[in-house]
Design a protein around this ligand. Structure first.
Ligand SMILES: [Zn+2]
Length: 705
């Protein structure tokens, strides 16, 4: 703080200089004013004032969050691809606030065709969106007329607004914006703090299909496989940072959901297999005796058990026979699932699923079942999926904390590469990554819409660890941090603290997924990779089943690492700056070598020099800030503090005695963002022919030896 304040004072003092004095260069402006604190916005300021969060980075003494318990019955009309549901939501207002509204998330409305979408995401099909036919709050029916016909296009929107005005009835709750992805119930009577409110909702919508394979919300293949996601009206999060979360669902950015219990009954044609979040409550009613018998051996072996084979199709073969229903042309079965504390519920069903199972053994917990359901012709995509999911569950359990849920299910279908609690819509291709999401956001539940890097970015980082572990190698984060220098400087890149809903098509993936491993690589270059992971583990355990903010992460990590890392978080998360280091010069006189290091970027970093000595007999004198890597190589480190006075150049004085130095290299582990790596070597001719560059991916950039 004190140095930054001094810089501000020196900046302020230049304002009073006469133009001629400034022109003569007598103004003592710093070349680079290094910011050393973490910006505090109004939302986190409010939380600190209320004591819900604090600068330890742990949940504050007054921390609270809503709880929402859902009971849902849904019926699939397969020929029409229509899902009809009745839902009861018990909303526990654990906030200290009286709430005059309830915000509902109606994601199926993104298929209306006239709601906002973020490029390049394209919905699979235009539908009639989420149709709400009845809604009550504590038994009082909600006026739905105000939203009837409302849409996002101009003239109709104006008409709808006028209708909303005239249709509002005193003392009756009113639903507004029902044809957007963020609707609102206005309440005539506020929900008191610590009260419980019951919503009842009747709804239906068409499950969208179409050509958009691979999109998260493409939810069916023809009329024989369905993968409903974001499929029921959800109560939005109300939190201590921003109140109701009214962010629109635009396609790319993901979710922010309350925790609660789900009790879900899914009514499908007999013979169709249903998988999903939670634990099946009525296996005797829906599974054949053969299937139930096969499931009994799943937890005793790592091998694959086939519960329903490709030749077992239809009622009496794949499932029990259902009860014939008057007026229907077939039998139906109701599958009943319960999940105790989760932040969403997803499921899948198909006329011909093959059902395989295996297990993972969770440390301190024992075996949990892994289920895979896939189409008979697609077995090759699941051949390695069980082993991949098992490795992920077991490795991440050791790495962070034991897997918290009673099962994991991999579901085949068009929504490929997506995660929900206990469910991944993935085959073996993304099984490791999607399973990783069971830690975040499914257990440590960040606001993904704003801060996707807190689940996708952390996940990308730990996938590097898991990949290495699977190959019995040690993960290497060298070069990740340095590679950001090749990206920094684009006007299209938003800082990671910007709301990811508005990151833009060119940089959404990089900001949300790619940049975090680069940031944590640099942090590892300062404190060590194992220290980063130890601190991250402690942070994760402190926030299980809660909603951490980025400030909680920054402050927690700084405390756990016992470092003043304000400057680090500021430059990585609030800016798009890089370090751009170089060696400007090196000269030896009287047994001392002075290396002039320059940083052209705004982000500072420690100075790390690799010094190679000539072979010889002269002793190499120890330096306090140097360690010998081998008999002719020293690593010399100066802390980031050397930049805080504002100069862009730093003279590192090497006092190793008379042994001649052959060459010097800046940032030998390639951890600090650098645009041009070739100027990190002295003499310059020591630079490798092709310096490593590029964005970090699963394979990772390389750091030349
Ligand atoms: Zn992901």
């Amino acid at each position: 703080m004190s140095v930054y304040r001094l810089l501000l004072l020196s900046l302020a003092s230049t304002a009073s200089l006469t133009p001629s004095a400034a022109a003569q260069g007598t103004a003592r402006l710093p070349e680079r004013a290094v910011r050393r604190d973490i910006p505090i916005t109004n939302s986190i300021r409010r939380a600190y004032a209320a004591g819900t969060r604090d600068s330890t980075g742990r949940p504050g003494r007054n921390y609270w969050q809503l709880r929402t318990d859902y009971t849902i019955s849904a019926r699939l009309d397969a020929p029409a691809s229509r899902l009809t549901g009745h839902e009861t939501v018990v909303l526990h207002n654990n906030s200290p606030d009286s709430l005059g509204q309830i915000v509902l998330r109606l994601d199926p409305n993104i298929f209306l065709g006239n709601t906002p979408q973020a490029a390049p995401w394209v919905p699979a099909e235009v539908t009639d969106g989420m149709v709400i036919t009845r809604l009550t709050v504590n038994g009082v029916s909600v006026n739905l007329e105000a939203s009837a016909g409302a849409s996002a296009d101009g003239a109709r929107a104006a008409q709808a607004a006028a209708a909303a005005q005239s249709a509002q009835v005193p003392n009756q709750p009113t639903l507004l914006r029902a044809k957007t992805t963020s609707a609102q119930i206005n309440l005539p009577t506020k929900l008191l703090p610590h009260s419980t409110t019951t919503l009842e909702i009747d709804w239906n919508h068409k499950l969208p299909g179409g050509p958009g394979v691979g999109h998260r919300m493409t939810q069916r293949w023809a009329d024989t496989l369905y993968q409903p996601t974001q499929w029921y009206p959800r109560v939005a999060v109300y939190d201590d940072l921003r109140g109701w979360d009214t962010e629109l669902y635009l396609g790319p950015s993901e979710f922010y959901n309350n925790f609660g219990k789900f009790d879900v009954r899914i009514d499908v044609p007999a013979g169709w297999i249903v998988s999903g979040t939670g634990v099946l409550q009525n296996p005797d009613e829906v599974l054949t005796p053969n299937a139930r018998e096969r499931i009994k051996r799943v937890l005793s072996t790592d091998s694959i058990t086939q519960v329903v084979g490709p030749d077992e199709v239809g009622p009496g073969q794949a499932t029990q026979r259902g009860a014939p229903i008057a007026g229907e042309d077939g039998d139906r079965l109701v599958w009943h699932f319960v999940a105790d504390t989760v932040n969403d519920f997803a499921w899948a069903t198909a006329k011909k699923y093959v059902w395989d199972m295996t297990r993972a053994t969770i440390p301190g917990k024992g075996p949990v079942p892994i289920t895979m359901v896939y189409l008979p012709g697609r077995a090759q995509f699941y051949a390695r999926a069980g082993a991949a999911a098992r490795h992920a569950l077991e490795f991440y359990s050791k790495q962070w904390f034991p897997y918290q849920f009673p099962q994991l299910t991999l579901q085949d279908g068009p929504s490929a590469g997506m995660e929900y609690p206990m469910v991944i819509n993935s085959n073996q291709g993304a099984a490791d990554h999607e399973t990783g999401h069971q830690w975040w956001p499914m257990t440590v539940s960040n606001n993904e819409t704003w801060y996707g890097w807190m689940d996708e970015g952390f996940n990308q980082y730990m996938n590097v660890l898991s990949d290495a572990d699977a190959k019995k190698e040690v993960a290497n984060f060298d070069a990740y941090g340095q590679s950001y220098g090749g990206v920094s400087g684009s006007e299209a890149e938003a800082p990671m603290m910007w709301n990811a809903n508005y990151d833009g098509p060119a940089f959404y993936g990089f900001t949300t997924y790619g940049k975090t491993p680069l940031m944590l690589s640099m942090l590892g270059g300062i404190v060590g990779d194992s220290a980063v992971q130890r601190a991250h583990r402690e942070w994760a355990q402190a926030w299980m089943f809660k909603h951490p903010s980025p400030w909680d992460y920054m402050f927690f990590m700084s405390h756990a690492l016992k470092r003043d890392l304000g400057w680090f978080w500021y430059y990585w998360l609030f800016t798009t700056e890089s370090v751009d280091g170089s060696i400007q010069n090196s000269r030896t006189a009287a047994g001392r070598t002075t290396v002039t290091v320059r940083q052209d970027g705004q982000m500072p970093s420690p100075v790390v020099l690799e010094v190679k000595f000539a072979p010889g007999s002269q002793a190499i004198r120890p330096m306090n800030n140097a360690v010998m890597k081998d008999s002719v190589t020293a690593i010399v480190t100066y802390p980031v503090d050397v930049w805080f006075a504002g100069s862009k150049t730093f003279d590192a004085v090497l006092d190793f005695g008379a042994r001649p130095i052959q060459r010097i290299r800046l940032d030998p582990s390639c951890r600090f963002p650098d645009r041009d790596v070739s100027d990190n070597f002295w003499p310059r001719s020591a630079a490798p022919a092709e310096p490593a560059q590029g964005q970090g991916g699963r394979r990772g950039p390389s750091c030349p030896a």
